[in-house]
Design a protein around this ligand. Structure first.
Ligand code: MAN
Length: 524
């Protein structure tokens, strides 16, 4: 908080006089909490200007435990500014910047203990010891890096070899494709030629069949008219060639819902808006509606229904009770309807499939069949080649690192088990999770992209996995570090359905990374 009250400032000055004293460290005098690199910004001979340039204050206000600068830069050595930064030199180990709110809070944050200067006895300087451990760890990592980078070189070599092989395969496949397409066109020409001869020969048979079919249809029609006429005559009680509503009311066949009477709705159904129908209208409109009902009554025809579904209406009809027949005084079989015979129909289909032709026609059919088969084969060959080309192109377009170091790892699957699940990462392909209690594999994502922030090759993203119940699709981030072997170190789920995998591999033992890592130890 910025406070310019002089009285307050005075009290504060008295209380924390020790923190304002400029002390000497590494031979460069600078206020407490200031790093070597920023020392020149704090000159005791000049007024101090806040880093954000908004305020200039007498140098004596620096570290006076009053926050004068909005950016907290005037209080690097006290906890007066909420956004201040305290720098510990940590000689012997890594220098560190901590939020200045932690200064003199009774907790040792800096290994040299300088953040707790108000309590000289609570922190001891453990920087030498930590530095030693850190250097040993750095050394260990450097050795892993060195050994790993040799393996990486091999991966690079293999990756490039694989890439070259694929490029060669691709050009071979392109020429195979051209050849296969040529064969396909030849087969197509041959097929068309033989098919037109076949069609010509079969036309004779088809025409004859068509004629037969027409004859049959006419016969059927005649039969239907005969059948309808017979029924019309039977229902037309007064034989005046007109069927009236009164006449059909006494015929149970028209009792569609089988409730014992032919009501208005039913007469409307069979007669439309008419009060009566003549024979022609009966044949064309009434009979097609009535016939299926009569067939159903006789158990010859059942309407389409779902499997297992019981048709209550039909079941309710007692097949022994033929009301129409009784009412009309006719024998049961007098209402018999000529139904299509299933067996007969099947027989016809059979004959259709195994037609016999004369020898010449049969030869033409066989030749055309063979030509069709050859064309199908040729088309399949082209499709297979195209699919191989697509796969190779997809691989060639994949980003396997700047030097192809990841190329041979494509498809390599690695597993990790925790208490509950077995996780599998197939590099550049997919991530899955399988419960140890059984059940099927759950997709945690398919290869998406490189996703590291500074170095994009330091993380991978697998996306679009199985939908999370009431949430997004599962996805996985794979963090990559240098290691002598390619293996998974851990799998966690930091957020529901978002997984994090730690992967170690020599492919990541890049010398340029090693240099980067070293530079962050400069202040050791
Ligand atoms: C499964 C697993 C878990 C996940 C839950 C979400 O149990 O895939 O990892 O958190 O589903 O419902």
């Amino acid at each position: 908080m910025i406070c310019s009250t002089w009285i307050n400032r005075f009290y504060s000055f008295v209380l924390i006089i020790s923190s304002t004293v400029i002390f000497v460290q590494s031979d460069v005098p600078r206020p407490r909490g200031v790093s070597l690199s920023k020392a020149s910004l704090y000159s005791p001979t000049k007024d101090f200007t806040c880093f954000d340039g908004t305020v200039t204050i007498p140098f004596s206000y620096v570290n006076d435990d009053y926050c004068d600068c909005f950016d907290g830069s005037d209080e690097p050595g006290t906890s007066a500014c909420l956004n201040g930064v305290f720098h510990c030199t940590n000689a012997g180990h890594r220098a560190q910047n901590i939020p200045s709110s932690r200064v003199n809070d009774g907790v040792c944050d800096c290994c040299d203990g300088t953040d707790e200067y108000a309590f000289p006895n609570i922190c001891s300087n453990i920087c030498e010891e930590l530095g030693r451990e850190a250097r040993a760890e750095a050394q260990r990592l450097a050795e892993i890096h060195k050994a790993g980078s040799h393996v990486r070189l091999e991966l690079i070599e293999k990756g490039n070899k694989r890439r070259n092989e694929m490029a060669e395969q691709l050009s071979q496949l392109e020429s195979d494709k051209a050849e296969a397409e040529k064969i396909k066109s030849e087969k197509e020409v041959l097929k068309n030629e033989l098919e037109s001869k076949e069609n010509e020969a079969l036309k004779v048979y088809r025409d004859a069949e068509e004629k037969e079919r027409q004859l049959k249809a006419e016969e059927e029609k005649e039969k239907l008219v005969k059948e309808a006429t017979e029924h019309f005559i039977r229902f037309d009680a007064n034989s005046d060639a007109i069927l009236t509503i009164d006449e059909i009311k006494v015929v149970n066949a028209f009792d569609k819902d089988k409730d014992g009477q032919v009501d208005e709705e039913e007469t409307k159904y069979f007669f439309g808006e008419n009060e009566s129908v003549d024979q022609d209208t009966f044949i064309s409109i009434t009979w097609p509606l009535l016939k299926p009902l009569l067939m159903m009554e006789q158990g010859m025809f059942r309407p389409a229904q779902a499997e297992g579904e019981v048709d209550q209406d039909i079941e309710a009809v007692d097949p022994k009770e033929d009301h129409d027949a009784e009412d009309l005084g006719i024998e049961d079989d007098s209402l018999d309807i000529d139904l299509p015979q299933d067996d007969h129909e099947e027989q016809e289909v059979e004959q259709e499939q195994h037609k016999t032709y004369d020898d010449d026609t049969q030869k033409l059919v066989d030749d055309a069949t063979e030509a069709r088969r050859q064309l199908t084969d040729a088309e399949r060959t082209v499709r297979e080649i195209e699919s191989n080309i697509r796969n190779i192109k997809e691989n060639l377009e994949k980003d396997y690192g700047l030097l192809q170091e990841w190329a041979t790892l494509d498809g390599q699957c690695l597993e990790y088990e925790d208490k509950e699940y077995i996780y599998k990462l197939c590099l550049f392909q997919k991530v899955t999770q399988k419960s140890k209690n059984g059940g099927s594999e759950v997709s945690l994502g398919s290869w998406g992209e490189w996703a590291g922030s500074d170095n994009k090759y330091s993380a991978m993203k697998y996306t679009n996995g199985m939908g999370c119940w009431n949430g997004p699709n599962r996805m996985t981030i794979v963090n990559i570090n240098c290691g002598l072997e390619t293996k998974l170190l851990s799998v966690t789920e930091p957020f529901r359905c978002e997984y994090k995998i730690e992967l170690e591999t020599p492919a990541a033992c890049d010398d340029s990374n090693a240099t980067q890592n070293q530079s962050s130890h400069d202040e050791l």
